[in-house]
Design a protein around this ligand. Sequence first.
Ligand SMILES: [Zn+2]
Ligand SMILES: [Zn+2]
Length: 444
Amino acid sequence: MEKEELKQRCLDAIDENRDLIIQLGDDVYKTPELGYKEFKTTERMIKAFQEIGEEPETEIAYTGCKVSTPKKGNTRIAVIGELDCIQCKEHPDSTPEGNVHACGHHAQLADLYGCAIGLLRSGVMKELGGAVDFIAIPAEECVDYDYRDSLIRENKISFYGGKQEYLKRGGFDDVDMALQCHMMEIGNGRHCTIDTDCNGFVTKTVTFIGEAAHAGFAPHEGINALNMAELALNNIHALRETFQEKEKVRVSAIITEGGDLVNVVPAVVKMQIMVRAFTIDGMLDASKKVNRALKAGALAIGGKVEIDDKIGYLPMNTNRELSTLYKENMIEYTGAEKDSFVELYETAGSTDLGDLSQIMPCMHIWTEGITGGLHSKDYRLADPELAYIVPAKMMALTIIDLLYDNAKKAKQILDNFKPTLTKESYLELKKEHSKLVVFDGSEL
Ligand SMILES: [Zn+2]
Ligand SMILES: [Zn+2]
């Protein structure tokens, strides 16, 4: 069968099931759950897959589920939708805890489902030279550390990010490339961003340890942990001029425990820090400097600091060849003008698709159908056709392009791709740079 005929069948299948796809997106929106807590959302996805006659594999990365087509040839493509929400208490649709889909993951799931319907219900898979995994994956937002640390202690997960966890469990072992979308307000008459590159980050849980003393009678007998933290913050600010523009370094810090009683010299002060940069080297360099700043704070006051470093997400380098196929389908099948795209979109935000993009070709498109800022109280679904249906169609058409003619295009992209890491060197990198650093400034 001609490629164009396969594509038309796929588009027809999505159009015929439009209501199912929209209902799924709208239902998921109503039960927002944070990462690794997406039990209801996973259940809803399982039900959705069952409605189209598929029995998904479940608990794939603690939560989450997946439908796989049988092995065919040597090429397997993953389509990914994320299950978790974010918190934004000011958002009118948020739950009492503040949970809300203000990152559009509900639209991603509708898109994943629509893509599955297009490829599976149309019968086009039997004409293609490869296989597809439809993956509903947990925990993209890197938040809620205490809960995730408790899961790590109980050996239920190893990593904060759902894709990291799934990668470690072997979920991507036979996958060759991955496709994903996020939804945001694009504006200026543009439809979507074609290439997205973004920062990676290191997280630090920092504990300054001093000694308590009466703040009035005998502050000279204390070792003030809050002063250590304050100096450390100033040290970090003094380092900012050393960060190179091209690295888009962001160092964000909060004090999570700042002392107990005002008339006692604070003995323990805790901070959380996120260090972001555009390359892996940039991340590690900035992280090392921040550790120096933290140690210098402890040293000046003669106290201790413990820095629990964890490599968060790696920078994302999207694959230009994959996103070009998506763009060409937008032009051909939605009538989008050639110049109605944001060709390159570089941000200092982060996603765990970044980790995967260092290992295999990954596509990440930011697409339209939304108004308001990401993670903000204004984020709204403006048009289900644009946020749910169009990306589902374009993703499915891109897969047909990749797998048609014995997966010729997919093989070509794989031949051109040079991974920076393998699964093994990735896990090694995470291990090497995720450790507890202890510095005792009282010895000097
Ligand atoms: Zn987000
Ligand atoms: Zn997101």
